[in-house]
Design a protein around this ligand. Structure first.
Ligand code: GLU
Length: 373
C-alpha cells in the first residue's frame, strides 16, 4: 500500500521531548528543530494546514531550574513547565518565523478537550488560526493540570487535538521508528509493522512498557493515541524523529508504522451531528438563509426568524425552512436567550446586543450536517 503525505490536507505533527531536548545538557537541539522547521514549511507551502503538538517544556525547564535527575514531583514538573514553555514557544516562533510562518501558542487541559463548550471554543480558535495560515503550537497546560485531570503525555493529547481540529493525519515523531512485533532492544526477532489496519488485542499486547525519563509516552500511550485518532477519523503514523528532516524521510519512504482509520474526520463529525446528538431546539430561518445553508454557507443571525426550545451554546439544533421542512442540523454558537436576541439582526450588532464580541456565525458551516438519521 502506498500512502504518501500528499493526499492529506490537515496534518498534526507531534514532537517528543527526547527529540527536542538534549538529555545530558537539558538544552534545546536547535539544528534538529531548524531542519524540522524546513519540513513543516514545505508542507505548509504546499497548501496543507499544519499543527504542531510540542513537548519539551518540562525537559527544558528542569535544566534551567537545576532540578535533580529522575522523577519529578507534580509541583516540580509544573514549575519546570512554567519556565520551559516560554523558551519552547519562543524557539518555535523563531524557527517557523524564519520561514515566514506565524505561530500561535495553545495550551490546553484535559477539560478543554473533553467538555463540549470548551472543546468547541478551542476548536474554533484552532480553526481560525489555520484559516489565517498560522501554525498552532499546542502543549498541555502543565502548570495548572493536576494528576487526576491531566493527559500527562502528549501522544494522547495530540490525538485529541487531531480529532478536534478535524485533521486527517497525525504524525507522532518518536525515538523509535514504529511499532514492532516485540520490544526491538531486547528481542532480535522483532520486526516493524508497516500498516495496522485495525487495533486488535494482539496489537495492544505488542506495546510493551513505559517511556524514557524525558518523555512520558511509551509505545502504550502511542497505541492509546492511535485508538483515539483512528476512531475520530484521523490516520496516524509513528515515525522516527531522530533523523534530520524526519517528515522528508517519511515522504521518501523510510519505514514507519501507519494506523489506518475507516472513516474521515469530516464524515465522522457530521454523522455525529446529524444522527447522534439529540437536538435541543429549532431555528426557523428565512428563504435567503435556506438557500445559503443548502449551498454550504454558515448561518448568520440575520437569517433567523424564530427560535424554539431551551438550549446551551454547543447544543445541536434543527434548522427549518419557511415551509417547515428540515434543512439540517448544527451545533449552535449561542444559547437560546442569546439566539433569540440575535434573530433577524446583523452580525455587526452582536457586540451591542450581547455585550461581548461573539462569533459572526450562529452556526458555522463546519458544524452543520444534512440528511439527519
Ligand atoms: N507536556 C509535557 C512537556 O511539555 C510533555 C509530555 C510528554 O512528554 O508527552 O514537557
Amino acid at each position: 500500500m502506498t500512502l504518501t503525505l500528499d493526499r492529506f490536507r490537515r496534518i498534526v505533527v507531534k514532537v517528543g521531548s527526547s527529540l527536542l531536548v538534549d538529555g545530558a545538557s537539558g538544552s534545546l537541539k536547535h539544528d534538529w528543530l531548524a531542519a524540522l522547521g524546513d519540513d513543516l514549511a514545505r508542507l505548509h507551502a504546499s497548501g496543507k494546514d499544519v499543527l504542531v503538538v510540542s513537548s519539551g517544556a518540562i525537559a527544558l525547564g528542569r535544566g534551567v531550574l537545576k532540578l535533580p535527575r529522575g522523577a519529578l514531583k507534580l509541583e516540580e514538573s509544573q514549575a519546570a513547565a512554567a519556565v520551559g514553555q516560554i523558551a519552547l514557544s519562543k524557539s518555535w516562533a523563531e524557527v517557523l518565523g524564519k520561514k515566514g510562518i506565524t505561530t500561535g501558542q495553545i495550551l490546553v487541559t484535559l477539560g478543554d478537550t473533553e467538555e463540549r463548550q470548551r472543546y468547541l471554543n478551542a476548536r474554533a480558535t484552532l480553526g481560525r488560526l489555520l484559516d489565517l495560515r498560522a501554525i498552532p503550537v499546542v502543549n498541555e497546560n502543565d502548570t495548572v493540570a493536576t494528576n487526576e485531570i491531566r493527559y500527562g503525555d502528549n501522544d494522547r493529547l495530540a490525538a485529541r487535538v487531531a480529532t478536534m481540529a478535524g485533521a486527517d493525519l497525525l504524525i507522532l515523531l518518536s525515538d523509535i521508528d514504529g511499532l514492532y512485533t516485540a520490544p526491538p532492544n531486547t528481542n532480535p526477532e522483532a520486526t516493524l509493522i508497516p500498516v495496522v489496519p485495525r487495533i486488535t488485542a494482539e496489537i495492544e499486547s505488542m506495546a510493551g512498557g513505559a517511556g524514557s525519563e524525558l518523555s512520558r509516552g511509551g509505545m502504550r500511550t502511542k497505541i492509546e493515541a492511535a485508538k483515539i485518532a483512528t476512531s475520530g477519523g484521523t490516520h496516524m503514523i509513528i515515525a522516527d524523529g531522530r533523523v534530520d528532516n524526519p517528515l522528508g524521510a517519511i515522504a521518501a519512504g523510510k519505514p514507519c508504522t501507519w494506523f489506518l482509520t475507516g472513516s474521515n474526520p469530516v464524515s465522522a463529525r457530521k454523522t455525529w451531528i446529524a444522527g447522534v446528538l439529540e437536538p435541543k431546539g429549532v431555528l426557523h430561518v428565512d428563504a435567503g438563509a435556506t438557500v445559503a445553508i443548502r449551498s454550504g454557507k454558515s448561518l448568520l443571525p440575520a437569517g433567523i426568524k424564530r427560535v424554539e426550545g431551551l438550549f446551551e451554546q454547543g447544543d445541536a439544533v434543527v434548522l427549518r425552512a419557511p415551509d417547515g421542512g428540515e434543512i439540517g442540523r448544527g451545533l449552535i454558537a449561542y444559547d437560546s436567550t442569546e439566539t433569540a436576541l440575535l434573530a433577524g439582526r446583523s452580525s455587526k450588532e452582536i457586540e451591542t446586543l450581547l455585550g461581548y464580541a461573539g462569533r459572526a456565525e450562529v452556526i458555522h458551516r463546519d458544524d452543520m450536517a444534512f440528511g439527519a438519521a
